[in-house]
Design a protein around this ligand. Structure first.
Ligand code: ATP
Length: 530
């Protein structure tokens, strides 16, 4: 991301930043609450005219990085509805549960694991505060690492974290819901709404949405809206391998909608009930999966950091409890305005899925390895990212309020130019004297390559602000000199750069080259191979 001048940015606390991002998204047509005229639908959102462009560009960057840059990765688009046995085989019918707990006083429902995670995060932030205070006290000579490993109070907090995480991990592994509740009681966790500790027992809640297929109710069967796109890839493993003559290792990529009846859906588009995933399943020879797991961890982190957010916004988080199908798993976490949270998961899924589909379908899902001269069920390494979460990560990092030299404030989205919804705004200085006609002429040259906006309303300053607020990398202004054959600036325009607000005069016929150079996805894709 091209940074705007940090000196100019108005510092805002994270809570306000998040509120501002949400209202900005609505005001400029990025995201609207679903069916808003009926007061919305909880945790469901619609993408507006600019949101859909940004989302499409992120999807395209992911898609190309997978399918275009890897000769051995191909894409598919499987249906949302799948045979119901799919979900029995995948383990979702029996195990796609979240532990749920209600507060009897507020009647609010929570995920028990999230209450405990939040509690752990609070202790962690106490440690950070201690370190911050000490850093101020000791000045330049302060050694944070040393302080962390020797200060009695920090050690006490650390011990508490380890104790709780240990108990929690064991409880999850043993599916011991009584113990999960006991941890909540022992940690004195209160309901954020009622402030009370009057909790119900913890119970499991299946997150899949079900519906009926078939028009006559007697023969209608229960089917599910897919809770992940991955299974559409597994059931097509042989179709793709055979029809594409794919040789192991190879990958199948897919983007598409997934549905989960989340218990607590909050934090805007971070946790939705209908969302989009971008998943890739990489099929490998058994025994090589850990090498590929390491490969994809690095490759995916590179993809994220190619988008220009600082490195310290990302971190890996290893799973404490592995899912039933995994032998290694981690998340790439991003620092959202509400803290570090999962953005993408990388999982070594072993041969669990293909084997289970073999058992349930009675069909062989194996690969004949010509080098080994034998059949085997491949192992799988998966990368799985939420498109909506990626959208939120980009938007919350790109959104800035800046104080300009004249004291006015501008909202700017300094999105990577190749992802920006609109690439250039074409602005005639005034609505007369042939300037709109010239502007339209320029628009007609550029529109075949890029989404451009034509705008002739309001002062030029206001129009610049509108484009800054939606992240348009270039504003192109057509003035009287542009159309005056006697002027030295005939057939030139002013091009203004979003981040620096620098303006330069360029020839009209230079415009396609200047824009292309900055907004092309090619450079970012190339950086992934560097
Ligand atoms: P979480 O722990 O946040 O519920 P998860 O571990 O269940 O996520 P996965 O099943 O690994 O998530 O799904 C892969 C990716 O899909 C996640 O990293 C996330 O980006 C996205 N995702 C999952 N659930 C949601 C949701 N309810 N809304 C938006 N994106 C989601």
């Amino acid at each position: 991301m091209i940074t705007t001048d940090p000196e100019k940015q108005i510092p805002v606390n994270k809570e306000d930043l998040f509120k501002n991002v949400i209202s900005h998204s609505k005001e400029y047509g990025f995201i609207f609450p679903s069916s808003e005229i009926y007061d919305g639908l909880s945790a469901v959102y619609d993408y507006g005219q600019l949101g859909v462009e940004l989302k499409k560009n992120i999807r395209e960057y992911w898609w190309k990085s997978m399918t275009q840059l890897h000769e051995n990765i191909v894409g598919i688009d499987a249906a949302i509805f799948m045979h119901p046995t799919t979900w029995k085989a995948s383990g979702h019918v029996d195990a796609f549960n979240d532990p749920l707990i209600d507060n009897k006083d507020s009647k609010k429902r929570y995920r028990a694991d999230v209450l405990i995670d939040d509690h752990l995060a609070k202790i962690e932030s106490k440690i950070d505060k201690e370190i911050e205070k000490a850093a101020k006290r000791f000045g330049e000579t302060f050694d944070a690492k040393m302080y962390r490993s020797t200060n009695p109070r920090v050690l006490e907090y650390q011990k508490k974290i380890e104790e709780i995480s240990g108990r929690f991990k064991t409880a999850l592994t043993n599916n011991d819901l009584v113990e999960v509740k006991q941890i909540i009681i022992d940690c004195e966790i209160v309901c954020p709404v009622s402030g009370s500790r009057n909790w119900t027992d913890v119970r499991q809640f299946n997150l899949m949405f079900s519906t009926q297929m078939g028009s006559v109710s007697e023969d209608a069967g229960t089917i599910y809206l897919r809770p992940e796109t991955a299974q559409g890839i597994f059931v097509n493993f042989l179709n793709v391998q055979k029809s594409g003559r794919m040789k192991i290792p190879f990958g199948i990529a897919q983007t598409g909608k997934a549905f989960r009846n989340e218990i607590v859906a909050r934090q805007f588009i971070f946790r939705m009930r209908e969302f989009e995933q971008m998943e890739m399943q990489f099929f490998v020879k058994p025994g090589t999966e850990m090498d590929w797991y390491a490969y994809w961890k690095e490759a995916r982190m590179k993809w994220h950091t190619s988008l220009g957010s600082p490195m310290d916004k990302y971190r890996f988080h290893d799973h404490i409890k592995l899912a039933h199908y995994a032998n290694a798993a981690c998340d790439i976490e991003f620092e959202f305005p509400f803290g570090f949270k999962e953005l993408e998961g990388i999982h070594s899924r072993t041969d669990f899925d293909l084997k289970s589909h073999e058992q349930h379908s009675g069909k062989k899902l194996q690969y004949f390895d010509p080098e080994e001269n034998k059949n085997y069920v491949p192992y799988v390494v998966e990368t799985s990212i939420g498109l909506d979460r990626m959208f939120l990560a980009l938007l919350s990092d790109a959104y800035k309020n800046e104080v300009l030299e004249d004291g006015t404030i501008r909202d700017v989205l300094n999105l990577p130019a190749f992802l920006a919804p609109v690439k250039a705004a074409i602005l005639p200085l005034v609505k007369k004297d042939g300037l709109p006609e010239k502007a339209k002429e320029i628009m007609n040259i550029l529109k075949f390559d890029h989404l451009c906006h034509y705008d002739e309303k309001d002062s030029i300053g206001k129009r610049y602000r509108r484009q800054d607020a939606i992240g348009t990398p270039f504003c192109i202004t057509i003035d009287h000199e542009t159309t005056d054959p006697s002027s030295a600036n005939y057939n030139t325009v002013t091009i203004r750069h979003r981040d620096t607000m620098r303006q330069e005069r360029v020839k009209v016929d230079q415009l396609p080259g200047i824009i292309e150079e900055k907004v092309s996805m090619k450079k970012a894709l190339k950086s992934l191979e560097a």
